[in-house]
Write a new protein. Sequence first.
Length: 187
Amino acid sequence: MITAIREVRRAKGMTLDDVAQRCVPPTTAQTIGRLETGMRTVSVKWLNRIAAALNVEAADLVRLPDQTELPVAAVLSAEGVFAPIRESLIPPPRPEAGAMAISVSAGIGDYRAGDTIWCARLAPEAFGRALNRDVLVPRPGGRFLFGRLIGREGDRLQLLPLGSGQRQQVISDPAWIAEARTLVRAL
């Protein structure tokens, strides 16, 4: 099995020892190194342990023949743009389970035509996590509201629409909301 353990570990800025210590139960850096290089066979059990230590899904550590990764050409920092110290690859983004998307057809607020907004669905008990974030809220009749969640009082949510000159909207007791998490924009 071809794995991407080394690439994911390096992308997260972790050492072999960091991963080894975060495994449950802890192991040695030498063992992680052998699993990375293929000197030792990676079982499903090991794959799950290492994935948990890296805080990724086990599937992110397996290379499939048709899976492409993006090579890092440069690192952009406050000091300038530099070539990476070591060759590294970035796995392409993958939506979370239960994710949904919003397709932007006309520019409004910070969003431009052609953007895609990836959202994570939240149950009512998690609405507070989305304060001061853009959210999608379902309405009766297949309609939606999209705006900044600026307040919550009991079962009432206060949204500020993205367009200029629009008034605050108050929505009572939605079954769910979807928090904007990732903006995909072509340059």
